[in-house]
Design a protein around this ligand. Sequence first.
Ligand code: AGP
Length: 609
Amino acid sequence: MCGIVGYIGPRNVKNVVVGGLAKLEYRGYDSAGIAAIDNGNIKVVKSVGRLANLEAKLADSPVDGQAAIGHTRWATHGKPSDENAHPHQDCSGRFAIVHNGIVENYLSLREELVAAGHEFRSETDTEVVAHLIEEMYNGDLFQTMIAVGKRIRGAYALVVIAKDHPDEMIAIRKASPMIIGLGDKENFVASDIPAILEYTRDIYVMEDGEMAILRRDGVECFTLNGEPVSKEVYRVTWDAVSAERGGYPHFMLKEIHEQPKAVRDTLRGRVSDDLNRVTLSEIGLDEEQIRNIDRIHIVACGTSWHAGLVGKVAIEQFARIPVDVEIASEYRYADPIATENTLIIAITQSGETADTLAAMREMKKRGLRVLAITNVVGSSAAREADSVIVTWAGPEIAVASTKAYTTQLAALYLLAVHFGQVRGQIDEAAAHEMIEALDNLPQVVEAVLDTAPQIESFAQRYAHAHDTFFIGRGIDYAVSLEGALKLKEISYIHAEAYAAGELKHGTLALITDGVPVVAIAMQPDLYEKTVSNIVEVKARGAFVLALTWVGNEDLEKAVDEVIYLPKTLPALAPMAAVIPLQLLAYYAAVARGNDVDKPRNLAKSVTVE
Ligand code: AGP
């Protein structure tokens, strides 16, 4: 998730574009750059790192002109570097583009273009588009972009300028967000509203499969086939600060609502079109190596460790490989027992958590293979691991991890099915059923977000509880641990999660009148057992909020409140159940007036032991 800005008009293009990027830096801060059409030439200035580095370069090498595009990067393909920074150009330098998203077929296009004599300067998927424009250019930039649009696959919002067309810029939207800012004798394009709010409140929201020609005196919109599209002007009423949060009061709530897209992006290009196979080429393990894996050690901290617990259940269920899930700060000093066929999987959103990195380094030192699941390309974990599965959640700003967790689950489910298929532990029908359910997950998550009002009302009534307990069995217990952590870290309510069957061995003593218990009952084969544990806490006076599937209305008789969740496979229940738990923590923290995005005593990335 990068930030792109484009401007055509009389103002100082550097101020407009770089100023806009500053408002989008929450979308990515691995590198930044600008390209301007200046006296018949395109000048590009770009730099690795935060926007300040670009500003320093621009002080020595200023840009000006009548049109410019800019970019702040969240690295996906190619590590953060000057070369991989956008804008990217073709061989001749006549075109420059900025891009947010993923060009899925970039490798095959790159081979084709290299064979045609193009020279590449970066590792990015984006640069392929610049050379493709050069290759297909027919003198008409608009028609060329229509043709190019037919050759590239994936999710993208991209803007192109051309030195031979100084009075126009072309913008294309396919899946990644894009808005057009409408001005008087000037116009703007950006990934998000904050970038242009200083100049205009009148925008076009570009729909999927639309493109636009921006000129000083107007904007024309079209389908990707070039048919004209009439657009409604949308007047933005937000203030600048809330705009960065997309109109949400907190980044955490915004990130909770970004989960359908984040999960969709993480699944994208990793399952076959017929939904029969998982393809995870990036793990760099051939079939024989996968068959030889004798054990998996998942190492992680906090929420990532909780994701690992769900991964364990899925991998053991679908691939029949034994999995240990280790807290990294313990594991690194525990002299773990492993063989040469033990695979180490390090899960870390930031890719910079000291304990997880140390555990990775310790096992690499022993010659073991380390696979990292991380959300930050170019992070230490991504650089040091033997191979990486990147979760496409985009930057996660709020300290409390939400969308990173659900994308980690998506990555672990993909891995479980992939290993199961290669090891012949899952038959075609079961694999298809699982992959189809995975493919449908973004819709499930979307539907679960509709439970927010019910959760908010519960949270407001129980925001001042001293203790809250979360119970579940099997994979429901794994997600209840995440629910308890979320509540603790932002509402500061003492919360514990327990395997539901374990309560009567001690903790039940803490259940008294009105103590809130959140019970997760989503495993059909454990449902009755879970209900009997619920009856145990009810008998001691607990107030029970239950999460279960639509269709389990009988549960109402045993509890005080029920949140019904749309059906999916039991193994995927954590993907549905965690959303109400995230919302519960969020609304409880809001009700207590806490700083939701920056809770006390915590940091987004724990880079010390
Ligand atoms: C979760 O909400 C917390 N921010 C924290 O537990 C976090 O999950 C943990 O510090 C691990 O971070 P990582 O995924 O970046 O390694």
